[in-house]
Design a protein around this ligand. Structure first.
Ligand code: MV4
Length: 504
């Protein structure tokens, strides 16, 4: 096993990785920027080294310095967490060259999946369904011809993009040339590479992703799906596992396809295959693969019982996975709310300052992954996600009720946070029914007055969740998918709940 692991990250994920090392009995090395001297990850690690000034470019993105520190400290492995250097193929290769194990996939796998157009062509060889689209590396004339063949509306995507960066929708042929020029310019500016590809625009789809684990002995398994449809401007806000939209047959099929996608690049370690899922057609399409540990990995851990970070470490150490596919059976339901220091009542404006009071929730079925402490300073240098609140329940309804309870217990003083936003979502009928898609957040507006106006709707939704849980239903599927915008319809739906045998 590794002598020492360097954690090349900060915040809640650095703490999460340190905890996994601790449980495996491996000493840890933290790295930190000038504004992170008193950060939790520094205190939790056995040793800590200064990287440089606050900006990421001069600290957490300095791969050369990080490898130097690993050498000096005698660390023989580096865990990159998510973000920063986690999907940087050169960094993974530089670790290898320095004789340090990168706890993640090979540089080749990172590179192949990092180019989204190459990823499409690579997984297609294993019969992974793609969104209808164009080939790799086409010139403008060929792209225009491809657009005609695909049909409108379509998406222009940057090959070097991903996670929603460098995407542009085109509604009709007249817009195509301008949109293409703009997309190339943006891609060049953002990624230093202006290659783009086309995909048919899929509307009203859900964002479903499958967690993969693969060891160096040729074993690749999946840990089921996560539903990540609740996003705002490509930032995920709420994730859950499993998804109300996926039944056991679909879970097995998508899992098998996700394993094939991972195998197409000889993938090793933890990774995630992203799909768009069209519930009306019951069809799914590969979008991209994320070659890192993801923010939302805890919901999968809660329903499968697999400690993904501990498995990552064992896999990187060359061990065989402790699980075979048939050992993995999801149990219950888990929901994660990302706690950010943003003001949901003011267009998610970042909020900075000192945390002057802190009370984090605990109790049955509640997990908090946090880098917060009383007195910590939140600056604009890093991502505003400062903590994650995860609730597990026997049923989806119980998970929601626990999340509501935990959000009510959460106290963060001195800053605006996304907690009120999450409370509103947990009370919304669409969320409780599970009838949302990726357009859910953009269709809603977060104001205190509308929150008040839908009081009846909230009560009905919460009572419906209670009833569903009492009845021992796995998912909350009350009535049909329906128009639930009018306040009166909540009462009508409550009537349906009663008609279905619900008890008050
Ligand atoms: C799409 C799409 C519709 N059609 N591709 C956003 C994240 C990135 N991985 C890909 N994304 C999308 N790709 C086609 N061909 C819609 C999205 C998308 C989206 C996906 C999941 C969750 C929220 C979203 C919000 C807007 C767009």
């Amino acid at each position: 096993m590794f002598r020492k692991v360097l954690v090349a990250n900060r915040g809640e994920i650095a703490v999460r990785v340190i905890r996994a090392c601790e449980e495996r009995g491996i000493p840890t090395v933290a790295v930190f920027s000038a504004v992170d001297r008193t950060a939790l990850h520094v205190r939790y690690a056995n040793e800590a080294y200064l990287l440089g000034p606050a900006p990421s470019r001069e600290s957490y993105l300095r791969g050369d310095k990080i490898i130097d520190i690993a050498r000096k400290a005698g660390a023989d492995a580096i865990h990159p967490g998510y973000g920063f250097l986690s999907e940087n193929a050169e960094f993974a290769a530089a670790c290898g060259d320095a004789g340090i194990t990168f706890i993640g996939p090979s540089p080749e796998a990172i590179e192949k999946m990092g180019d989204k157009s190459t990823a499409r062509e690579t997984v297609a060889k294993r019969n992974v369904p793609l969104v209808p689209g164009s080939a790799k590396g086409l010139n403008d004339d060929d792209l225009l011809a491809a657009a005609q063949a695909i049909g409108y509306p379509l998406m222009i995507k940057a090959s070097a993009g991903g996670g929603g960066k460098g995407m542009r929708a085109v509604q009709e042929p007249a817009e195509f040339n301008n949109a293409l020029a703009a997309a190339r310019r943006e891609a060049k500016g953002a990624f230093g590479n202006d290659e783009v590809y086309l995909e048919k625009l899929i509307t009203h789809a859900r964002h479903i992703e499958i967690q993969i684990l693969a060891d160096r002995h040729g074993n690749t398994i999946h840990l089921g799906e996560r539903e990540c449809s609740i996003q705002r401007r490509h930032q995920k806000l709420i994730e859950e596992a499993p998804s109300v939209a996926i039944d056991e047959a679909m879970r097995q099929e998508m899992g098998r396809i996700a394993v094939a996608a991972a195998e197409s690049v000889n993938y090793v370690n933890a990774g995630t295959i992203e799909f768009l899922f069209d519930s009306k057609e019951n069809k799914y399409y590969f979008l991209e693969m994320n070659t890192r540990l993801q923010v939302e990995h805890p919901v999968t851990e809660m329903v499968t019982g697999v400690d993904i970070v501990k498995e990552q470490i064992a896999i990187a150490d060359g061990r065989r996975m402790r699980y075979r596919q048939e050992d993995v059976t999801p149990k219950g339901w888990a929901i994660e709310c990302r706690i950010t220091t943003e003001d949901p009542f003011n267009n998610f404006l970042p909020s900075t300052g000192t945390v002057n009071y802190l009370k984090e929730p605990t109790g049955p079925g509640v997990r908090v992954e946090s880098a917060l402490y009383r007195g910590c300073e939140i600056s604009l240098y890093y991502d505003p996600m400062v903590a994650k609140l995860i609730a597990w329940g026997e049923s989806r309804a119980e998970a929601i009720l626990r999340m509501r309870r935990a959000l009510n217990e959460y106290r963060i003083g001195g800053l605006k946070t996304s907690i009120p936003f999450h409370q509103e979502i947990m009370d919304s009928t669409e969320f409780i029914w599970g009838t949302f898609d990726t357009g859910f957040i953009s269709r809603r507006q977060m104001t205190r007055s509308t929150a008040k106006a839908s009081e009846h709707e909230r009560i009905i939704a919460v009572v419906a969740a209670l009833i569903a849980h009492e009845e021992g239903r796995r998912a909350v599927h009350i009535g049909q998918a329906q128009n639930n915008s009018a306040a009166g319809s909540a009462w009508k739906n409550a009537g349906r709940v009663q008609a279905l045998g619900g008890r008050w």
